[in-house]
Write a protein that binds this ligand. Structure first.
Ligand SMILES: Cc1cc2nc3c(=O)[nH]c(=O)nc-3n(C[C@H](O)[C@H](O)[C@H](O)COP(=O)(O)OP(=O)(O)OC[C@H]3O[C@@H](n4cnc5c(N)ncnc54)[C@H](O)[C@@H]3O)c2cc1C
Length: 233
């Protein structure tokens, strides 16, 4: 296995490295959702941390939450293919045995207290850190509210179903709640003692954050990780 680790920075609690890593598997999970399974190359991380996948130059580098657990053999990256994007059209061409440069870990979106209830509110691929949490802390008292367009995009559904799991579908109805995560949350009383983790589209994060504050949740119990602004209307 190629292992070419170069130390590039030190932050107080993280040893950040850059490495050329091999693709172990590449799975298509839905129409536009993919999972890259990468050789770990000794990368040490806490659940909720990020990596950077590197393109040809720094303008092509993009951040991804590690979707696997701290003790998993591989680094999993859950990503949405954006045809008009820069890096994901390159990622979907990667095949088993190819290599890609990765650096990390970065970020602060880690579980602060594994003993307290954790409400995770995500859109789309924003569910990735939650998957890392449950693979690392399987006994977490988790409530997951996952907003997607279609049932197909309920990534890792079978792993989440043993928790309080509330898919919210905007483009399809059926067995699940039909509407946005904010529609789901609006009529509900929310536990004051819980920690709230919000991840995905910034528009969702702003709306949910405002709603949580309106409902009396202490701002110090709210943690956010914004991925992107929705370009489409
Ligand atoms: C802290 C952080 C963590 C991130 N973690 C992830 C992750 O785990 N998985 C992931 O798929 N993306 C993640 N992203 C987004 C990722 O960095 C890229 O922006 C994304 O993969 C698209 O890359 P691109 O170069 O193809 O397109 P870009 O040029 O980066 O983006 C083009 C447009 O695509 C849309 N877009 C970007 N990301 C998404 C998405 N995930 N779902 C739907 N639309 C999107 C936005 O409208 C964006 O403006 C994260 C971003 C940040 C800042």
């Amino acid at each position: 296995m190629t292992m070419n680790i170069t130390k590039i920075a030190n932050v107080p609690d993280l040893e950040v490295t850059r490495t050329s890593t091999r693709v172990a598997r590449h799975n298509r999970l839905s129409e536009s959702g993919y999972e890259l399974v990468l050789e770990r190359n000794g990368l040490v991380f806490d659940a909720g941390r990020l990596i950077t996948l590197h393109g040809k130059d720094v303008t092509e580098d993009r951040s991804y939450t590690i979707a696997s657990g701290e003790r998993d053999e591989h680094v999993h990256v859950l990503y949405r293919y954006v045809p008009t994007g820069v890096l994901t059209p390159q990622l979907i061409r990667l095949q088993e045995g190819d290599t890609i440069d990765l650096s990390g870990p970065y970020g602060q979106f880690v579980v602060r207290d594994t003993q307290r209830p954790l409400w995770f509110i995500a859109t789309g691929t924003g569910v990735a850190p939650c998957r890392a949490y449950i693979r690392t802390h399987p006994d977490l008292d988790l409530t997951l509210i996952h907003g997607v367009r279609k049932e197909d995009d309920l990534f890792y559904r079978s792993e989440f179903e043993r928790y309080a799991y509330h898919p919210c579908l905007t483009s399809e109805s059926g067995a699940f709640f039909h509407g946005r995560v904010t529609d789901f949350l609006a009529p509900r009383a929310l536990p004051r003692e819980a920690q709230y983790y919000l991840c995905g589209a910034y528009e969702m994060i702003y709306d949910v954050q405002a709603m949580l504050l309106d409902k009396g949740i202490d701002p110090s119990h709210i943690f956010v990780e914004g991925y992107y602004y929705r370009l489409e209307t």
